[in-house]
Write a new protein. Structure first.
Length: 79
Protein backbone atom coordinates (compact mmCIF):
# COMPACT_ATOMS: atom_id res chain seq x y z
CA UNK A 1 0.00 0.00 0.00
CA UNK A 2 1.52 3.30 -1.07
CA UNK A 3 1.73 5.71 1.85
CA UNK A 4 2.36 9.44 1.96
CA UNK A 5 2.99 12.01 4.64
CA UNK A 6 -0.07 14.13 5.39
CA UNK A 7 1.24 17.66 4.90
CA UNK A 8 3.73 18.63 7.59
CA UNK A 9 1.97 16.62 10.31
CA UNK A 10 4.35 13.67 10.30
CA UNK A 11 1.31 11.40 9.98
CA UNK A 12 1.52 8.83 7.18
CA UNK A 13 -1.64 7.68 5.43
CA UNK A 14 -2.41 5.57 2.36
CA UNK A 15 -2.41 7.42 -0.98
CA UNK A 16 -6.08 6.41 -1.29
CA UNK A 17 -8.36 6.37 1.75
CA UNK A 18 -11.37 4.19 2.48
CA UNK A 19 -14.64 5.92 1.67
CA UNK A 20 -17.81 5.39 3.67
CA UNK A 21 -20.45 6.61 1.23
CA UNK A 22 -22.98 3.82 0.54
CA UNK A 23 -20.63 1.35 2.26
CA UNK A 24 -21.41 2.33 5.84
CA UNK A 25 -25.21 2.28 5.66
CA UNK A 26 -25.18 -0.32 8.42
CA UNK A 27 -22.81 -1.67 11.07
CA UNK A 28 -19.35 -2.27 9.57
CA UNK A 29 -17.05 -3.07 12.51
CA UNK A 30 -15.75 -6.18 10.75
CA UNK A 31 -14.79 -4.11 7.69
CA UNK A 32 -12.96 -1.45 9.74
CA UNK A 33 -11.13 -4.18 11.69
CA UNK A 34 -9.95 -5.79 8.44
CA UNK A 35 -8.96 -2.43 6.95
CA UNK A 36 -6.87 -1.51 10.00
CA UNK A 37 -5.22 -4.96 9.97
CA UNK A 38 -4.28 -4.40 6.33
CA UNK A 39 -2.69 -1.02 7.15
CA UNK A 40 -5.55 1.23 6.06
CA UNK A 41 -5.82 4.10 8.53
CA UNK A 42 -7.45 6.87 6.45
CA UNK A 43 -11.25 6.92 6.37
CA UNK A 44 -13.31 9.49 4.45
CA UNK A 45 -16.81 10.41 5.58
CA UNK A 46 -19.39 13.18 5.65
CA UNK A 47 -22.69 14.03 7.35
CA UNK A 48 -24.13 13.93 3.82
CA UNK A 49 -23.56 10.15 3.79
CA UNK A 50 -26.53 9.39 6.03
CA UNK A 51 -25.44 7.44 9.13
CA UNK A 52 -21.96 6.66 7.81
CA UNK A 53 -20.17 8.80 10.42
CA UNK A 54 -22.13 7.14 13.24
CA UNK A 55 -21.35 3.64 11.96
CA UNK A 56 -17.69 4.55 11.46
CA UNK A 57 -17.52 5.92 15.02
CA UNK A 58 -19.03 2.71 16.38
CA UNK A 59 -16.62 0.59 14.36
CA UNK A 60 -13.57 2.55 15.51
CA UNK A 61 -14.74 2.63 19.15
CA UNK A 62 -11.68 1.49 21.17
CA UNK A 63 -9.21 1.88 18.31
CA UNK A 64 -9.89 5.49 17.29
CA UNK A 65 -6.24 6.48 17.84
CA UNK A 66 -5.27 4.15 14.97
CA UNK A 67 -7.30 6.07 12.37
CA UNK A 68 -7.33 9.40 10.58
CA UNK A 69 -10.87 10.48 9.68
CA UNK A 70 -11.33 13.04 6.93
CA UNK A 71 -14.81 14.54 6.92
CA UNK A 72 -16.53 17.17 4.83
CA UNK A 73 -19.30 19.67 5.40
CA UNK A 74 -21.93 21.11 3.10
CA UNK A 75 -23.12 24.62 2.61
CA UNK A 76 -25.52 26.09 0.10
CA UNK A 77 -23.63 29.39 0.26
CA UNK A 78 -21.51 29.74 -2.91
CA UNK A 79 -19.08 32.16 -1.25
Amino acid sequence: MERRQLGSTGIHVPAIGMGTWRTFEEERTWLVDEALRAGMNLFDSSPMYGNAEDFLAMALDCQRERAVVATKSWTENPA
